[in-house]
Design a protein around this ligand. Sequence first.
Ligand code: FAD
Length: 494
Amino acid sequence: MNTAQQFSPGRACSLEQVPHWDLSTDVLVVGFGAAGACAAIEAVVAGASVTVLEVATSGGGSAALSGGEVYVGGNGGTDVQREHGFADTTEALRQYLLMAGGPAADAERISVYAENAQSHFNWLREQGVPFKGSYLPGKWIEPPTDDTLLWSGNEKSWPYNIVAEPAPRGHTVQFEGWGGGKVLMQVLCERAQTLGATIQYNSRALALIRDRESRVVGVVARIDGDIRYIEARQGVILCAGGFICNSQMVKRFVPAALACELQVSAGNDDGSGIRMGISVGAATVNMQEFFATLPFFPPASLVKGIFINAHGQRFINEDSYHGRVAHHVMRQPEERAWLLVDDEIFGRPIIQQDMKISAVGETWQEVEQELGLPTGSLVRTVDEFNRLAAEQQDPYLHKTAEWLRPLTVPPFAAISYCRGDYQGHAFTLGGLSTRPTGEVLDGDAKPIAGLYAAGRTACGLPRWGEGYSSGLSLGDSTYFGRLAGRTVAQQTQN
Ligand SMILES: Cc1cc2nc3c(=O)[nH]c(=O)nc-3n(C[C@H](O)[C@H](O)[C@H](O)COP(=O)(O)OP(=O)(O)OC[C@H]3O[C@@H](n4cnc5c(N)ncnc54)[C@H](O)[C@@H]3O)c2cc1C
């Protein structure tokens, strides 16, 4: 009798090893999170029979723990954007996403998304996802209220603000406080089931099955403890999340993420989807990239502080998205950095109330001495910053005027963002190489027959830690999950 230990996501199973099919379906989706639920909905609507394997005992994945913030806009704006005076153009969204995608941005995928993000928002609402439609100005990580629209990335900060006309694009599911992802996933999972997708909980996909022509034809799974062979007549869609919970993969591919102690995950981002893809020859993209944050605000007043490194130098415009700030903080010399604040802007970050204060003084000189920095280094930096901030200028790092204020009200303090003194949060952005349609590509950029992927199993829109904006992962997972579902289902009609 075959046991689960015989199978590995890293080793494909040949069709000859399959004794019989226990189940047969047109479309087999692995993972019932953001991408998987949307893939299932579209595939079933297109007329395919759909089975979803979900290792957990309920659906939702990491998306169910998320803030439920979805990054959408373009086409003149969603009705929510328009109602609040933001006529967001497709070109502005496209330019922003190109920059956010970093050196390996996928221009084709970005164009597809920019053109369709606004209608995708409408689609989410048609499924029953509630969005209140109100606008919350200011700088937030997630809305503390049930408001919908907020600035969720780098739109208003340099250099993004000179490349793309800024618009708020974070559309958050209506839910009082943090955690709107629960509502998002409840709606999408119920919808998939109501439409007729078969969901197998407590079911782990163990390995892909491929035939002699190297076509992926199914999956070996452990369902309620038993080994099962499932035929996927039209294709398998891997929607199993990323790999932040797989310490070996993190060490191997994205060691910089080890600086972040907290995994942004519901716990099953073990890389099994990516490994299954690799087992049949899939190429990977940007495996070294990760979302990171050290949420140094709210309160937003802290954004008026300045980050310095062990040389007493500034290095980032602090009004950038918190994930961009995190990446810059983490790569400072000796992984040491501090946020300098004065009494007027001081507050405790709501996510890390017990932050470490490394130095306090009545003068900046005292703070410099307590931190043990080279004489004059911090004082010179603060003096220069204060002189220019009083004129509403930051010619070095281009912090916008809204956040510029001299730090002159004692006592002064240095909040530590040195490695070990804060808890960073991370999830992975690298994954399988795919077309926007979800087709998984091999090393020659040729589709692997029968195999598709979406969400964090694929390397999608969010693929550069420094460029990440809140809502990009859910926007990408839900939209490209849909495209993958539709693409595979259309195979049945050929
Ligand atoms: C606290 C928190 C807040 C967040 N806030 C936001 C936000 O506001 N906006 C945003 O864009 N992103 C946010 N994210 C990130 C976002 O939720 C994820 O990146 C997103 O859910 C990825 O979607 P996915 O479909 O790839 O993975 P998931 O939603 O995690 O779904 C993957 C599913 O696959 C299942 N699975 C894994 N392996 C197997 C296997 N071998 N067999 C069967 N099933 C398997 C998992 O159990 C899971 O249900 C947040 C995440 C967290 C944890």
